[in-house]
Write a protein that binds this ligand. Sequence first.
Ligand SMILES: NC(=O)C1=CN([C@@H]2O[C@H](COP(=O)(O)OP(=O)(O)OC[C@H]3O[C@@H](n4cnc5c(N)ncnc54)[C@H](OP(=O)(O)O)[C@@H]3O)[C@@H](O)[C@H]2O)[C@@H](O)CC1
Ligand SMILES: Nc1ncnc2c1ncn2[C@@H]1O[C@H](COP(=O)(O)OP(=O)(O)O)[C@@H](O)[C@H]1O
Length: 480
Amino acid sequence: MLRSHRVGDVRAAEAALAATLPDGELMRRASQGLADALGHVAAGEVVLVLVGPGNNGGDALYAAVHLLGRGVRVDLCLLDPATVHDDGLAAALAAGARVVDEPSDQSHCLDAVFGIGARPGLTGRAAGWAEWIARSRPHTIAVDVPSGVDVDGATVPGAHVRADATITFGTYKNALLVAPASGAAGWNGTSIPELVDIGLGPYLPPPSVEAIEPSDGHLLEDTFDWLRSPTSHKYARGVVGVAAGSEQYAGAAHLCVAGAQAGMAGMVRFLGTAELGRRVVDRAPEVVVGRGRVQAWVVGPGGGDDAGDQLATALEDGVPVLVDASGLQHLPESFDVPALLTPHAGELAQMLGTDRDAVEAEPLAHATRAAQRWGATVLLKGARTLVVTPGRATRVNLTGSPWLGTAGSGDVLSGLAGSLMAAGADPHDAGSLAAFLHGAASVRANLGGPVTASAVAAALPGTVAAFHDGVLDVVRDWRS
Ligand SMILES: NC(=O)C1=CN([C@@H]2O[C@H](COP(=O)(O)OP(=O)(O)OC[C@H]3O[C@@H](n4cnc5c(N)ncnc54)[C@H](OP(=O)(O)O)[C@@H]3O)[C@@H](O)[C@H]2O)[C@@H](O)CC1
Ligand SMILES: Nc1ncnc2c1ncn2[C@@H]1O[C@H](COP(=O)(O)OP(=O)(O)O)[C@@H](O)[C@H]1O
């Protein structure tokens, strides 16, 4: 699991760790890690270091000393000479760095303007530097976080640096994992921002945000008891009820069922018109049509006018329910059963009475508001799907690629997540595991190119097996 922490928690952990160490040891570790991560910069090349007023600037100044020792040339732009980290500046100057007034034609840049002490949005010279980076495109590495982003809220309310990569210290910060701020951190293809271990681990509280990784396949056995039982049977695995599809969106029934069949449940029960039921069974003969006992419901994907009635009927069963698409327009005041709501940004905006742009600008805040409002788990679909449950660490999904934004892929996701709930996962685990597997399946189906929702569903069983066996390799393809 990748974990990120809020600034206040990082500062408290740093203080507790620093109290056990000689003065300056933490910055020594951070700057050494930073210099190691800059191993690709060759002797003779020029790095421009943008130096702010605090410890973030200090980290970069000491890293510059290592670079200069390797024959790299270092130019320094100081935001304010009066507030710069004095000892760091003296060390860098003694090692051969030179101070320049403004950026010019340097091919490498180290953004050490602000770190976790940042107030969001750059102004004055710092904003000008961010513009220079956007215009001149030096290869830019952000120190700890890209300057100007909102570190905890993971938003980008004003001018900020867009980096090619970020080297962060001790633990991830929310802005590095969660959109839209993560877009400034320089996710590149299959790689992720680099974490330098400075020994913070034992001092950190539970995370604010976490992300499932390919090595977390143990989560399946942790979550689904029957996986370890030699005597398990289809009812032990659970039955998922799918009320999806309509005359207009008949395909949603197939895709949702395909997702559900690729999940952990032992049986899929379909509820819809007789005609739709016949078509579903034609394509998936394992599916049982009609009412009956289920351990979880999926209601709403591709639903028609009867989505509200279907949701009311499902809720009478007293089992966990996943509500998607048109079902989201008929939410009760609150839920008596565990509930997983799976809107995209437009649907969440409608639920909260705001507009899509507002949700996309602040997805974490809006998903959190909805989770609190309905006392439910909210899975906000998007490039960085969020799963928010009151009282739990938010999960962000880091698998997939932009190719996953294709018609019907949300229907596959809801079937899969519902199937995981029927098989015993709570909404938080079901939503986050489903988002992880769904994204990974899309990349495995066709790394670097288009996929259909059907292809994603077809790749799911193999993805589940590889995850379980600990042999998942490439699971994401992001560029920012
Ligand atoms: N703590 C540790 O032990 C370790 C810390 N480490 C490193 O320290 C970094 C945190 O350093 P930091 O606390 O000095 O804050 P930093 O981000 O450099 O900001 C400096 C000051 O800038 C100002 N300011 C902020 N935003 C602004 C804006 N938009 N526009 C204008 N001004 C703005 C604000 O000052 P103010 O204006 O509020 O007086 C702020 O206090 C951390 O990210 C990591 O790199 C590592 O070495 C490991 C050990
Ligand atoms: N840019 C993107 N990068 C990665 N995944 C995306 C992107 N855009 C959308 N997705 C994923 O694709 C799915 C789309 O779901 P949804 O919007 O409900 O589509 P549909 O209604 O057509 O099924 C979600 O799982 C979402 O997280």
